[in-house]
Ligand binder design. Structure first.
Ligand code: FE2
Length: 485
């Protein structure tokens, strides 16, 4: 999208408050000297005996190349972080992904097209940028464990495999059947494989869903839909019966992308008159129903989705913004000046295919982003709890929030000067209740200018332990807990 000043349909987020700027430390780069391996971090509290795996995260950690800065939080060069648990202690290791994009920054250059930053190049060089080898392989959004493989991902079709022990970069993991993809694949329970989405652009554009089965070298396309102007898609929904394709009215003309005149995301347009369109694709038959059209809104993250046959409904939960201006609010210059992010709400969409109806409701009265659930137990199924983070007085994300969707209530964890990242839920092995487990969150402590790993009881958000990292860790997006490597 164009920046806010050029986009009359999008209102600016609240930018007039003076931010408590302590969180800005989370946008300061790390250097190669901060690639570390620490066997035992200083620890207070105690860890559950069963917590013996690793939390591995990816996220932006370098925001400059030579004299030039990247424009957007999402552009920062990817660093892997691993917190290892065992024998009551916590180890830490970190390493930049050695991608082509990163190697260029080592030479002081920006040579690949990131989310909102383009390399310097001639007009001729701009042509067909999206279809050129200048697409970034900066896998800074999320990662998955697929059998023994660990794969870091972003929204370009270049998933990067790495060694979970050494954090060494191994190479491109597989070929994505399209030019755009998501870093939020789902587990396919039946095959144990990975489901994901891609947009194929060209003379005919398609939304595609693909499955990478365990042991397979390459994915196969399992469903596709034609589209003229693909919507920006950061994640998708999945029920036991349906693939859920939610198109928010933030779309791109692929020819604009091909012209390469603007950085990737600045080619998208907010078109509220399109509404939000949800299409259901039957996973068994391939039959498609919809699109079911509701009010215009925007979301990065689906929370969960499930079939409710008793009520003839498909339920789709997501973290929703009124529009796509949240993307503008995450430009680094914006973050460093006015600060703040617009509010996100936990929204439930109900679709009744027999009645051709769609409606939505707000689930809880609280700010809510970066949602995590008890995925192994509740993914695609009815569920009760979701954990996320929410903004506070600083305008930045400063609370861990637990939502009870049955009671429609929230509780929170916060500490002065502290800014938690995504709270990853790890279930107690053989735990009884859905919320039996711990939350793992990397928290920036602006008082010490360092980060620590916080371990909370997921049921009541009481603190179990914290382990102090040797330096600050720039805010990252997503991570996964690996029970074994
Ligand atoms: Fe995400």
């Amino acid at each position: 999208m164009e920046r806010m000043t050029a986009e009359p349909g999008v209102e600016a987020p609240t930018g007039d408050r003076a931010p408590d700027s302590g969180y800005l430390k989370g946008f300061e780069s790390l250097g190669l000297e901060q690639e570390v391996r620490v066997d035992e971090l200083p620890l207070t509290g105690s860890l559950p005996d069963w917590l013996t795996g690793s939390l591995i995260r990816t996220g932006p950690a370098r925001f400059e190349a030579g004299e030039r800065s990247f424009n957007h939080w999402f552009d920062g060069q990817a660093m892997l972080h691993r917190f290892g648990f065992g024998e009551g202690s916590v180890s830490y290791a970190s390493r930049f992904l050695r991608t082509k994009a990163f190697d260029a920054t080592e030479k002081g250059e920006i040579s690949y097209s990131e989310f909102a930053t383009d390399p310097c190049r001639s007009l001729f060089g701009r042509a067909m940028a999206l279809f050129s080898p200048k697409l970034s392989d900066n896998a800074n959004v999320n990662l998955v464990q697929l059998g023994e493989r660990f794969i870091a991902m972003t929204e370009t079709p270049i998933p990067v495999e790495f060694d979970a022990e050494t954090l060494a970069t191994a190479g491109v993991a597989y070929d994505v059947p399209g030019m755009l993809t998501t870093a939020h694949p789902h587990l396919d329970r039946a095959s144990g494989g990975m489901l994901n989405y891609a947009a194929k652009l060209g003379p005919r554009n398609q939304y595609r869903f693909f499955l990478l089965e365990p042991g397979a070298e390459q994915p196969r396309v399992i469903a596709s839909l034609p589209v003229d102007q693909p919507a920006y898609m950061h994640s998708f929904g999945l029920t036991e019966r349906y693939l859920v394709l939610a198109e928010f009215p933030f779309t791109v003309n692929p020819m604009r992308l091909a012209s390469g005149r603007r950085p990737y995301i600045e080619n998208y347009r907010w078109l509220p008159e399109r509404g939000t369109r949800i299409t259901l694709i039957d996973r068994e038959s391939g039959d498609q129903s919809g699109p079911f059209v509701t009010d215009p809104f925007f979301s990065f993250h689906h929370v969960n989705a499930f079939d409710d046959p008793d009520n003839g409904e498909i339920v789709v939960d997501m973290c929703v913004y009124e529009d796509a201006s949240v993307i503008d609010s995450l430009y680094l210059d914006r973050l460093r000046s006015s600060g703040g992010v617009p509010p996100a709400e936990l929204r439930r969409v109900r679709i009744r295919p027999a009645e051709q109806s769609i409606e939505w409701e707000t689930l809880v009265d609280d700010d809510f982003e970066l949602p995590r659930i008890n995925y192994g137990r509740c993914h695609e199924r009815p569920y009760r709890y979701v954990w996320g983070i929410g903004a506070g007085a600083s305008g930045w994300l400063e609370r861990i929030v637990r939502a009870d969707l049955e009671q429609r209530t929230t509780t929170g964890w916060s500490e002065p000067g502290c800014y938690p990242g995504e709270a990853v839920f790890v279930a107690t092995p053989d735990g009884d209740s859905e919320d039996d487990g711990v939350l793992l969150s990397v928290v920036l402590d602006s008082r010490s200018e360092r980060s620590f790993l916080l371990v909370l009881d997921a049921a009541d958000l009481s603190e179990l332990a914290r382990a102090e990292a040797p330096h600050h860790i720039p805010f990252s997006f997503h991570g996964q807990y690996a029970r074994s490597m």
